[in-house]
Every structure is written in structure tokens, then in C-alpha cells.
Design a protein around this ligand. Structure first.
Ligand code: NAI
Length: 243
């Protein structure tokens, strides 16, 4: 029970990597608050996580909704120990055809969301003089990927944000790290064509896609006492796609 008495917030916790991350924290004794834009899936997930878990319908790109969520969690539990900025979307297309709305949506949900959530929890964590923030980046935020200018820019931005906030908050005992998954089997990747999936698999030295559990294990490690001296890092969970 590594996270007994810890309060953990996971964005986009209704499905995929966020859901498995929330499950793993709950199994290790944490009180977990998940948020998501999908209320049906969010309620079901929270129920399955058990009595220590709760769900809030929040669009993480909206700073007021985020602030309200953070205030409610603080009112309920009196502390916030871990924030996982996991919510993310894709709106793929080549740059010359990419719609402005698709650029804005991806930047807002994937990157501005982290600004909203970190800003809201950092004051609380600074007062506590402890806290863990884990941001979901992506291997493509480091190596680039044609057809994903908006997504890649958001993930590269997440890495810069991670390093800067890590430096700003370190003196208060708060660590900030990023996890960069490669090709993980979730709803996000399920819609890719077999051709694209095969092309991705051919770039993975370990020869297979990753699972949400592979990513969740790394997130739990970074939130644990074992990672107390690690901050400002990007940990790749990609089967070696990037070395
Ligand atoms: P997913 O699509 O399975 O789940 C994402 C969750 O975020 C969904 O429940 C969705 O409803 C929620 N969400 C979307 N917009 C939201 C908003 N505005 N506010 C609150 N919640 C919102 O995605 P997956 O695969 O689990 O990805 C999780 C994170 O990992 C994302 O940040 C993604 O970019 C990143 N990632 C995923 C990879 C993969 O291969 N699946 C690879 C690299 C990074």
C-alpha cells in the first residue's frame, strides 16, 4: 500500500491510460479523484475503483472548471499529493490542410489543460511543501510525426512545461516529471488503420505495442517515495522507439 493516505487527481481518468493509472493508485490505497468530459464512462470507472474514488465531469481546457474541481477535492480530503495530467486528444492532418479549430482544440486539451491544473494545485502543494506532478507527453513530442503538427507541438510543449515547473517548484519539495509513451493500445490508437499500426510496430525494437499498464507502472513509480530524487525528467515508455 504505497499510497495509503495519499490524494491523487487523474485527468481523463475514465478510459485508457488514465483509467488504469487510477485503478493502480486505488489498489495501493490512495483516494483517487478522476475527471473526464465523458460522464457515463467516468461514473462507471469511479464505481469500479471503489468507495475511495470519485468522478467529476470536467473539461480540463476550461480553467474555471479545473479550479472548481481542485477546490472540491481539497474541501473533501484536505490535501492533494499527486496530479497526473493525462487527458489528451488527437485531430490529425497535414499542416497545409489542418483546420485552425483542430490546432486550437488539441493545444487546449493537451497543453493548456496542464497549465490550468498545475496552476491550481501548485499553491496547495507549495503550502504542503510536498507534491508530485506527472505529465503525459509522447515519444512524438521528441522525434516529430508527420500529420500530427498540433499533437506533437502540444507534447513538446508538455516537456518544456515539465522542466520549467520542475525548476520553479523544486525548492518546495515538489517533483515534476513527464512520461512519454510510444504506441500504446487504447481507444486513441484503436482507430488507426492496420497499415499505420504495422508501420509503427516496425519502429519498435521490442516488437510489440505497449499496454496502459506499462505506462501506469511508470507513473506510479514517479509518484512513489522511490522517485523522490527524480525531477524534470522525461521517461520514455515506448519499447525503445526512441533511445
Ligand atoms: P484515450 O483516448 O483512451 O483516453 C483519454 C481520456 O481523456 C478519455 O477518457 C477522454 O474522454 C478524456 N478527455 C478527452 N478530452 C478531455 C477534456 N477536455 N477534459 C477531460 N478529459 C478529457 O487516450 P489514451 O491513449 O489513454 O491517452 C492518455 C494520454 O497518453 C494522452 O495524453 C495521450 O496523448 C498520451 N499518449 C497516448 C499514447 C497512445 O499510444 N495511446 C502514446 C503517447 C501518449
Amino acid at each position: 500500500m504505497r499510497f495509503e493516505n495519499n490524494v491523487v487527481m487523474v485527468t481523463g481518468g475514465a478510459a485508457g491510460i488514465g483509467r488504469v493509472t487510477a485503478e493502480n493508485f486505488a489498489k495501493e490505497g490512495a483516494k483517487v479523484s478522476i475527471c473526464d468530459v465523458n460522464p457515463q464512462a467516468g461514473e462507471i470507472t469511479a464505481k469500479e475503483l471503489g468507495p475511495q474514488a470519485s468522478f467529476e465531469q470536467v473539461d480540463v481546457s476550461d480553467s474555471t472548471s479545473v479550479l472548481n474541481w481542485v477546490e472540491r477535492v481539497l474541501d473533501t480530503y484536505g490535501q492533494i499529493d499527486v496530479l497526473v495530467n493525462n487527458a489528451g486528444i488527437t485531430r490529425d492532418g497535414l499542416i497545409m490542410r489542418m483546420k485552425e479549430d483542430d490546432w486550437d482544440a488539441v493545444i487546449n486539451v493537451n497543453l493548456k489543460s496542464a497549465f490550468n491544473c498545475i496552476k491550481a494545485v501548485s499553491k496547495i502543494m507549495m503550502k504542503q511543501r510536498s507534491g508530485r506532478i506527472i505529465n503525459l507527453a509522447s515519444v512524438v513530442g521528441v522525434i516529430g510525426n508527420p500529420g500530427q503538427a498540433n499533437y506533437v507541438a502540444s507534447k513538446a510543449g508538455m516537456i518544456g512545461l515539465t522542466k520549467t515547473v520542475a525548476k520553479e517548484l523544486a525548492s518546495r519539495g515538489i517533483t515534476v516529471n513527464a512520461v512519454a509513451p510510444g504506441f500504446i493500445e487504447t481507444d486513441m490508437t484503436a482507430s488507426l488503420s492496420d497499415k499505420v499500426k504495422e508501420a509503427m510496430l516496425s519502429q519498435i525494437p521490442l516488437g510489440k505495442a505497449g499496454t496502459p499498464k506499462d505506462v501506469a507502472e511508470t507513473i506510479l513509480f514517479l509518484a512513489s517515495d522511490s522517485a523522490a530524487y527524480i525531477t524534470g525528467q522525461v521517461i520514455h515508455v515506448s519499447g525503445g522507439m526512441y533511445m
